[in-house]
Design a binder for this molecule. Sequence first.
Ligand SMILES: [Zn+2]
Ligand SMILES: [Zn+2]
Length: 307
Amino acid sequence: MGLQTSGQIGNKLRLAVALTVGILVAEAVGGYLANSLALLSDAGHVFTDILALVLSWVGVLQAQRPGTAAMTFGFHRVGVLIALINAASLALIAGFIVVEAYHRLQQPEAVDTRLMLGVALAGLAVNMVIILLLRRDQQHSINIHSAFLHVLGDALASIGVIVGGLIIMATNWFWADPLISLLVAGIIAVGSWGIIQEAVGVFLEATPPHVNLHELRQAMESDSDIVNVHDLHVWSISPDLHMLSCHVLSHDLTVAQTEEARARLDKMLAERFAIAHTTMQFECAECIANAPSCPLAFGNPDQTKAS
Ligand SMILES: [Zn+2]
Ligand SMILES: [Zn+2]
């Protein structure tokens, strides 16, 4: 993607954020005036959306900062930390909505349905504009694609508020308002749970979800120069930057042959497992005799002891 194209996409994202801020203000003011919890909770949801967009932009900028002597891994996890804090606050907002909805289900409050419907319709219209705006770019960029999917979900939430308003208008059944806000709380909770899972996995140095460790080990050991792979670790610096370190027991190779084997393994790991950075310690049967600090463990990698 050229610089100009990504600049244009940046402009479209900025426009999307500005339009979304408009929805937020309309829903917060309209929700308060109409006494509609459904509208207010959607305002809470939209607020976290804006926060998420701005913070992920900050995360992208941080990830581009080069590493320093004090921060040799760079700043990739700043974005992950921000996402985790953001998702935790989202879960908190969902909790507040559930508590407030519980009170309103016990004691339903009258809602100004005309105002509620008007604001929700305006919100839906803006969602549609953003969908049209991003529709053509979403095939080319993962970031745009996830933003696009999210706006689709937002449109569904707006439709939920509209349906709730229509039900109240037709039947005066005011329970519809807290029930719809519970639905919005559910949307918020599901979204934040996914982010929390991903971020915690990164911080706990979990094997990335797309990597099957047994399969990876077999792929490395299928190389004819390699006897076995042990002390194998695969982890993520951020959800899209994966690292590997391991010991490789090889046949008695020359240094040049070792370098060729390492390059083959590197290429295979990058192509099949999207691992961008590897550290491999090559060993042969001779050198192991002189390395008592490296306890070899064959078989199940989960039983491999750290050396
Ligand atoms: Zn949203
Ligand atoms: Zn070893």
